[in-house]
Design a binder for this molecule. Structure first.
Ligand code: HEM
Ligand SMILES: *[C@@H]1O[C@H](CO)[C@@H](O)[C@H](O)[C@H]1NC(C)=O
Length: 335
């Protein structure tokens, strides 16, 4: 009897141990390159700084690259792979094509890092570091970035079409989508705060501004304010044409990483449908509470944002067994 119990316990422990080691979560560490490539973080930081000075929008674009990488098979730099025969690049998928940018910055950083320490620093880690630096350079929070990711051996065009959320998603669909990546409603709300910087094309918000049925907004004059806002947006984006005209995601402080996004969405003035539904479809009021908290306390938003970015950066991380350090972020190594 006693022996039987012992054996059951042993089996249970083995299962626990195996499932823990199968999960990539927790394999990342701080200062991963401290010995092998002590200058890695400085090289990334310096180059992101130079590029963002030249083109401020790149900060937003680099942040988004990390997000679109992590939501397709995990944070494995799969988004950086170019098309090759038999494998279409994620860059060609609906949410990415003519939209994601910043690849040249990553190429340049990778080139310099390879000069300094060959085959040591993964492209997936470069994306995570660049996103972190980009946020800080626009006035956002800084966090210690966890490192040690490996790069994927393939890309997933279909995954990019399937797993990157669409701007016309319902709140329910957004919650589901984030849940599939192990992220909760709190993460969805905090990370949506990324839309405090950067821009969107007309094609991404047209449906929202021409939607026939008026959206219900909580509070006093929010709907009225929204109609003025909508008039401006319609002048940028007519019902047909000008698909690639831009509007800032945050009209008030478009270049600053701050908590203005949350003030905007409380007023019905988020640019994308997906921004707006956080309030308009939050029938239980749980999200609204969090949005109010961020709108009135930027430090609180910054702390949550950093926490959720670290969580996002942990999605399905690859190890030596299933990934590599790419020599060139656009291609898997040949030998
Ligand atoms: C909640 C679901 C989300 C949806 C539906 C969504 C959708 C979009 C869309 C449609 C655009 C405009 C693309 C274009 O028109 O070219 C955009 C831009 C952007 N998104 Fe999101 N997004 C979401 C969450 C996130 C998250 C989690 C992050 C970062 C962690 C993020 C960061 C950005 C940034 C920084 C931009 C501006 C990029 C630039 O100017 O180059 N988004 N997003
Ligand atoms: C969202 O937009 C896509 C592409 O424009 C469209 O095919 C789809 O029907 C829209 N979905 C909803 C729920 O409106």
């Amino acid at each position: 009897m006693e022996l039987m119990r012992m054996r059951l316990l042993l089996i249970a422990l083995t299962i626990l141990y195996n499932s823990a080691s199968l999960r990539a979560e927790g394999v990342l560490v701080y200062e991963y390159y401290k010995e092998a490539c002590p200058l890695a973080e400085d090289i990334v930081r310096h180059n992101v700084e130079v590029e963002v000075l030249r083109d401020p929008r790149l900060a937003a674009s680099l942040l988004r690259l990390h997000f679109h990488d992590c939501f397709v098979m995990g944070c494995d730099a799969s988004i950086l792979l170019d098309s090759v025969e038999g494998m279409t690049s994620e860059k060609q998928a609906g949410p990415n094509v003519k939209s994601v940018r910043g690849f040249e910055v990553i190429d340049r950083i990778k080139y310099l890092v390879e000069e300094e320490c060959p085959l040591t620093v993964s492209c997936a880690d470069i994306l995570a570091m660049a996103a972190r630096d980009a946020v800080e350079l626009r006035g956002g929070p800084r966090w210690e970035v966890l490192l040690g990711r490996k790069d994927s051996l393939k890309s997933s065009f279909s995954g990019a079409n399937q797993f990157i959320p669409a701007p016309n998603s319902s709140l329910e669909a957004l919650i589901d989508n984030f849940k599939q990546h192990g992220l909760g409603i709190q993460d969805l709300v905090a990370l949506s705060g990324s839309h405090t910087i950067g821009r969107a094309r007309c094609t991404s918000f047209r449906q929202r501004i021409y939607d026939a049925k008026p959206e219900y907004h909580y509070g006093y004059d929010r709907y009225k304010r929204y109609t003025t806002f909508r008039r401006i947006l319609r002048s940028i984006c007519p019902i047909k044409g000008r698909d690639h005209k831009f509007a800032p995601l945050d009209f008030e402080t478009p270049a600053r990483f701050d908590n203005q996004y949350f003030i905007n969405i409380l007023q019905g003035k988020g640019l994308l449908g997906s921004d707006n539904v956080l309030i308009s479809q939050d029938y239980e009021g749980v999200i609204r509470e969090q949005v109010w908290a961020y709108a009135s306390n930027q430090e609180l938003f910054f702390a949550s944002f950093a926490k959720s970015m670290i969580k996002m950066g942990n999605i399905n991380v690859l190890t030596e067994h299933d990934g590599e350090i790419r020599r060139n972020c656009r291609f898997v190594n040949t030998e």
